[in-house]
Design a protein around this ligand. Sequence first.
Ligand SMILES: Nc1ncnc2c1ncn2[C@@H]1O[C@H](COP(=O)(O)OP(=O)(O)O)[C@@H](O)[C@H]1O
Ligand SMILES: [Mg+2]
Length: 258
Amino acid sequence: MGSALLEITNLDKRFETAKDTVQALRGIDLQVREGEFVTVIGPSGCGKSTLLRIIAGLDTDYSGTVRLGGAEIKGPGIDKGFVFQEHRLFPWLTVEKNIASDLSLRDKEVRRKVDELIELVKLKGFEKAYPRELSGGMAQRVSIARALLRNPKILLLDEPFGALDAFTRAHMQDALLEIWRTNKTTMILVTHDIDEAVFLANRVVILKPRPGEIRAVVNVDLPYPRKKATSSFQELRLNVLNQFEKVEELALTDGAGI
Ligand SMILES: Nc1ncnc2c1ncn2[C@@H]1O[C@H](COP(=O)(O)OP(=O)(O)O)[C@@H](O)[C@H]1O
Ligand SMILES: [Mg+2]
């Protein structure tokens, strides 16, 4: 794991609506090293998606600085891959065409890359299948492959397994770790699930709401592959849960007057 790939300094984000101003993020400082896997957790509305969208370059209206590979993020681009909760595949395109997106499979380089990605996400034999023929987990693997097509510097995943059942979810966590270890892509994954956050990450960032601020950062110094049933895993999980509960109490007291 090398130097800082992503550097966020004093990030503030407000939404001005007709009625009021929402301070979605305040004073966010975060550095992510090249090759690192960071998970972000926090209650609903604490600014997780807003943070990810800013890193993706989908929202450039903020104060503070956000740099990727030393350069300020000016907008979306091929150096950032994004995976949403719902797969967002084109229903009329096959798996391989969805992965190739706007590039042509007739191009030898594209064909090679798509085949490599299909191998990576373990969908060999499903190249010509349509999204309706896939399970939720398979469809999400296609969107991960699509996001990796142009070898992004960073892969951003916004609750990518949130819509999947617990069993599929556990499989997808294993699959994503394998992708990460093979591809060595830096990843930031947003989740509600504390087990998932601890299972995947080198570091867990816990956000608190209104305004969205970093409450704590927990290092997860456990070797991969991890076992959720071990005492060292449970100890770290409790550590994160403890911080998370403080955050939820804050969210509840804050919301009580509304
Ligand atoms: N486009 C928007 N306009 C106004 N408020 C917004 C907009 N997007 C998000 N917000 C507000 O910003 C806060 C953070 O939202 P979001 O980042 O979606 O939270 P999370 O992903 O953690 O659930 C919330 O209070 C939300 O209502
Ligand atoms: Mg969200």
